[in-house]
Design a protein around this ligand. Structure first.
Ligand code: PLP
Length: 400
């Protein structure tokens, strides 16, 4: 039975306020469908989607080939649990490892769960492989975002996220980002260091190659694992398959999620054989994770992204968009930064009013912290769509 299809947008928003637990501040938009980089609301208004479901919809909305893959798999096998083998899961594991430093994969349902898995793997590695029950510390960085479940929340050092839920997982140290003073916190007690090669929620800040290399060296010196969280910056977003490749530094583990299945929920923790050797049946698991439906979708998305022409498109359009953003002549803009289609526009003032006005201007936007607009459109965005976005953004800035 379809209920509430006859309600107006205003009535649906009231219903949300009465029936949903209040954890999201939503824009006053009820989205109904999309096509590529465009989306429409129930009132028929069209938007240019430059936030892609927070860096998820890499192929845009309603990609026909992805829809076909998902429909075919739906008709064949949706869910099995992880007590049986399935072909799409193993194909995806093969693709992810063949195209990265990693030897093995553990699938999850989200980014936060991928980091939970990596936390458990690091603790177990110290205990089982190194024989150390006291080597439990994890180092993360200021302004990091690794998720909201209790383990990854402990690695997300923001009072606003953490304070209501204390006590957090213990043995977490917070180090300064891109600052060699961080090395002092990585000691013989450290089992892992978690870092985003490009901080997404923290305002689009890239870790320098020198900093990552220094972390690698320090981790090796004290037998700590280096974990790259590429949940947001990985899988083509920068124009390279992995954000860290350009730095020449290789981690022991990497976590993925957002775009991997083109909008269906999936995550993955990738590891070398050295780390994976610590794990055994019963150590970790998930009922849904890596099921045939999401992994069939992910196989398709991965093949599309991992195509030199696709990645070249991201680099070319990303460079064009950055240039166009830099050309906006507005006293409100402090800086444009980032790489590929992971760009940030920092404003002198707050970003919230710009995101709000985006709705009236036909733009779906997302901020990153108080002052930064994250520019993270679907990776299939065209230069013409970038022009339209820049014109609308410039219009908003002029009206402030
Ligand atoms: N790690 C990073 C770098 C992220 O940007 C996010 C989400 O924004 C997460 C982890 C958590 O992912 P999820 O929201 O899928 O749990």
């Amino acid at each position: 039975m379809d209920i509430h299809t006859d309600l107006t947008a205003a009535q649906l928003m009231t219903l949300e306020s009465e029936r949903m637990i209040y954890t999201y501040k939503r824009a006053p938009v009820v989205l109904s469908h999309g096509q590529g980089v465009r989306a429409w609301d129930t009132e028929g208004r069209e938007y240019l989607d430059f936030m892609a479901g927070i860096a998820v919809n890499a192929l845009g909305h309603a990609d026909p080939a992805l829809a076909q893959v998902v429909a075919d798999q739906m008709g064949r096998l949706i869910h099995t649990s992880n007590l049986y083998y399935t072909i799409p899961q193993l194909q995806l594991a093969e693709k992810l490892t063949a195209n990265s430093f990693a030897d093995r994969v553990f699938f999850t349902n989200s980014g936060t769960e991928a980091n939970e898995a990596a936390i458990k793997f690091a603790r177990k590695y110290a205990r089982k492989v190194l024989g150390r029950t006291d080597k439990t510390q994890i180092v993360c960085f200021e302004h990091a975002f690794h998720g909201r479940t209790m383990g990854s929340l402990a690695l997300t050092p923001k009072d606003y996220y953490q304070d209501p839920f204390r006590p957090l997982m213990p043995d977490v140290l917070v180090a300064p980002f891109n600052d060699m003073a961080a090395l002092d916190l990585i000691t013989d007690q450290t089992c892992a260091v978690f870092i985003e090669p490009i901080q997404g929620e923290g305002g689009i800040h890239s870790a320098s190659a020198e900093f990552l290399a220094a972390l690698r060296q320090r981790c090796d010196a004290v037998d700590a694992l280096l974990v790259f969280d590429e949940v947001q910056c990985g899988l083509g977003r920068t124009g390279d398959l992995w954000a860290h490749t350009a730095t020449g530094v290789t981690p022991d583990m990497m976590t993925l999620a957002k775009p991997l299945a083109g909008g269906l929920p999936i995550g993955a923790a990738l590891a070398t054989n050295k780390v994976a050797a610590a794990m055994q049946p019963g150590d970790h698991g998930s009922t849904f994770a890596g099921g045939p439906l999401v992994t069939a979708a992910a196989n398709h998305v991965f093949d599309r992204i991992n195509d030199p022409l696709f990645l070249a498109h991201v680099r070319e359009v990303g460079a064009y968009l950055k240039e166009r953003l830099e050309e906006i002549n507005s006293p409100h803009i402090a800086e444009v930064r980032g790489r590929g289609l992971m760009l940030g526009v920092e404003f002198h003032g707050e970003v919230a009013p710009i995101v709000d006005r985006g709705v009236q201007a036909g733009l779906l936007l997302v901020g990153s912290g108080k002052h930064v607009l994250r520019v993270i459109p679907p990776l299939v965005v065209t230069k013409e769509e970038c022009d339209l976005f820049v014109d609308r953004l410039a219009g908003i800035l002029a009206s402030l």
